[in-house]
Design a protein around this ligand. Structure first.
Ligand SMILES: Cc1cc2nc3c(=O)[nH]c(=O)nc-3n(C[C@H](O)[C@H](O)[C@H](O)COP(=O)(O)OP(=O)(O)OC[C@H]3O[C@@H](n4cnc5c(N)ncnc54)[C@H](O)[C@@H]3O)c2cc1C
Length: 456
């Protein structure tokens, strides 16, 4: 069996390392257009901020390791075209310019994503940087050395992490977003308000609710960002406004969402039986709405890559989908979320209720305890949990992983109220916060029911 894999970062590395183990007789060939594999972009902000000193620490594999597993890895080779009917590919060696063809029995697409680059005046100016791969990280670090003011466009996870890193490096930082709140996809306003306050206290200038319209500069270098609300002088810009799936190669040959994300079934099979796909190039089943959605995360990429390997020959292990669970640490605040926010659920047309708990992480008789805010979003009818958020100076982020499991298993608030969680004063209270959230949701339901009865 000849297996070809296009792209080798997280989904690709997970796919090939598992395939080498599962199909020792197979001929596995990887084409990767970059000069490195397995770079952990999640470490870029930590590297920029100097927390991770050496970029080499952000790789967990390399072509030599893959070669030892019997995988033929062609670095700096770009796949230019795929013919899924003939099962062939056209490839260019980027070092020599040579073009050649190769054939496959099974193809795994792990071409990932690329940052969205808005087409507008001045976009080609120097010092407007992307933030995706190792080379971008090095360029950002180098350019930042000469920048006094850095503007980050996009206040999602990546933008916020970079804003913090630049501020800690002593830069003046401007953070621009066209929505009126930071992190709006992940958190509701009660959670973003204290984070925005913290950023403002650190003198990060928040320019929210305004869209970038152009970049201006002299001598080819960016000097000013023009938005719908004003102009900001800057020495450098980092664009963090999202990602697009890298799937032009397969357009018209396999089914995709309108944004180009490949549609795969639970076994990572595309609409072509001999083509599987995984990672940022794909849409994925989003459990809160039970619809395919584009959620580019390394966590999904490694799981999907592994599953593509297991399901390559025949369906073996299904993917249970995702809640888009994610976490972030901003200065001393620990934040995590899973599933839908209240705002997101309402926008999706769902009928939801919420419970927000503000409590301490440990009993008050302990010498140290911290405030915790936890919010649960659940369907009004039946109480199915569809989302949760947590924020605390204590690390309560694992509670969101627990709630991710609850969402995946379609648990209700009533079930959550009585889940068996341990109690130990060093860690929590006798009624675990998650039990409390379930209990309060039940109480809210009872009061509303009684209210309705009285009103009749
Ligand atoms: C700054 C930053 C921080 C992040 N932080 C987190 C985090 O904390 N947690 C989290 O879960 N996720 C995080 N992510 C997201 C995560 O990095 C991505 O989800 C992950 O990289 C996806 O892996 P992938 O292998 O599917 O795709 P990609 O990483 O996009 O890799 C695709 C590979 O395919 C290659 N390729 C593409 N086209 C071709 C072609 N035609 N021929 C040959 N090769 C090709 C590319 O060169 C690339 O190496 C972060 C992303 C960024 C940018």
């Amino acid at each position: 069996m000849k297996i070809a894999v296009i792209g080798c970062t997280h989904a690709g590395t997970a796919a090939v390392t598992n395939m080498a183990r599962l199909y020792p007789e197979a001929d596995i060939t990887v084409y990767e257009k970059n000069d490195n594999i397995s770079f952990l972009s999640c470490g870029i902000a930590l590297h920029v901020g100097g927390v991770v000193e050496h970029a080499e620490q952000l790789f967990y594999s390399n072509p030599d390791q893959l070669a030892q597993l019997g995988i033929q890895t062609h670095m700096r080779h770009e796949v230019l075209a795929v013919d899924t009917a003939a099962k062939t590919m056209e490839i260019r060696n980027l070092a020599t310019g040579e073009r050649f063809r190769d054939a496959y029995d099974k193809l795994v697409i792990t071409t990932g994503s690329w940052p969205i680059i808005p087409q507008m005046e001045g976009i080609g100016l120097e010092n407007i940087q992307l933030c995706k791969n190792y080379n971008h990280a090095q360029a950002i670090i180098e350019k930042a050395k000469h920048a006094e003011t850095v503007t980050v466009v996009g206040a999602g996870y990546i933008g916020i992490e970079l804003a913090e890193a630049f501020q800690m490096l002593g830069k003046k930082v401007i953070l621009i977003d066209n929505t009126d709140r930071i992190l709006f996809k992940y958190l509701d306003r009660a959670f973003t308000d204290p984070i925005e306050k913290l950023l403002a206290d650190k003198e990060i200038r928040l320019a929210l609710g305004q869209s970038v319209q152009a970049f201006k500069g002299e001598g080819g270098k960016v000097q000013c960002v023009v938005t719908t609300a004003g102009e900001y002088e800057t020495d450098m810009v980092v664009l963090c406004i999202g990602f697009r799936p890298n799937t032009e190669l397969l357009k018209g040959q396999i089914d995709m969402l309108p944004n180009g994300a490949i549609l795969v079934d639970e076994y990572m099979r595309t609409s072509n039986p001999d083509v599987l796909a995984a990672g940022d190039s794909c849409a994925i089943r989003y459990n809160p709405t039970e619809q395919p959605l584009y959620i580019p995360l390394a966590t999904n990429a490694v799981r999907m890559g592994t599953l593509a390997a297991h399901n390559l020959v025949q369906p073996a292990i299904p993917y249970r989908g995702t809640q888009g669970t994610s976490g972030i640490k901003i200065y001393d605040l620990n934040i995590a979320s899973t599933g839908l926010t209240e705002q997101g659920a309402l926008a999706a047309g769902m009928n939801v209720k919420t419970i927000t708990i503000i409590d301490h992480d440990k009993p008050e008789f302990m010498p140290h305890y911290e405030n915790v805010m936890l919010k649960l979003v659940y369907e009004e009818e039946g109480g199915r949990i569809v989302g949760a958020q947590v924020l605390s100076r204590a690390d309560m982020t694992q509670s969101i992983n627990t709630l991710s499991v609850c969402i995946q298993n379609r648990m209700t608030t009533r079930q959550l109220a009585f889940v068996d969680f341990f109690f130990q004063p060093h860690y929590n209270k006798p009624w675990n916060l998650l039990n409390q959230a379930g209990l309060q949701a039940m109480e809210q339901e009872r009061k509303e029911r009684d209210g309705k009865v009285l009103a009749q």
